[in-house]
Design a protein around this ligand. Structure first.
Ligand code: 13P
Length: 124
């Protein structure tokens, strides 16, 4: 299973905590991340393939994977209280996930449910 993880700056600690909490479930998961998020996740000891940083195209790279069905899930902890110069890319990624019916969680509560459901279906 391939999962993309992305977190805006204010949400990076939550992303790392979420992944560490579910470390055992990640054994058979290939993680892909935007650059800075990936750096934080790698520093926490998890294996991850890093793309460009979000503002310079990382979201677009993940959207390309979603568009070609090379991705099973997106966990994107967005920070709704901050401004993002690349908001069009963020919208594009979410739109592409909807176009191609790729599950996307934008907060930890939803990500938790997605992980639990996937584990029950034995796809994690
Ligand atoms: O900005 C982001 C997503 O829109 C995240 O990018 P980074 O992981 O490079 O900070």
């Amino acid at each position: 299973m391939k999962i993309a993880i992305i977190a805006h700056d204010g949400k990076k600690p939550e992303m790392v905590a979420f992944l560490l909490k579910h470390k055992e479930l990640l054994t058979h998961v290939e993680l892909f991340a935007t650059g800075t998020t990936g750096g934080h996740v790698a520093n926490a000891g998890l294996e991850v393939t890093k793309f460009l940083s979000g503002p310079i195209g990382g979201d677009a790279q993940i959207a390309a994977m979603a568009a070609t069905h090379d991705l099973d899930m997106v966990i994107f902890f967005r920070d709704p209280l901050d401004k993002h110069p690349h908001e069009p890319d963020v919208q594009m990624l979410m739109r592409i996930c909807d176009v191609h019916n790729i599950p996307i969680a934008t907060n930890p509560a939803t990500a938790e449910l997605l992980f639990k459901a996937s584990a029950q279906l034995n796809s994690l």
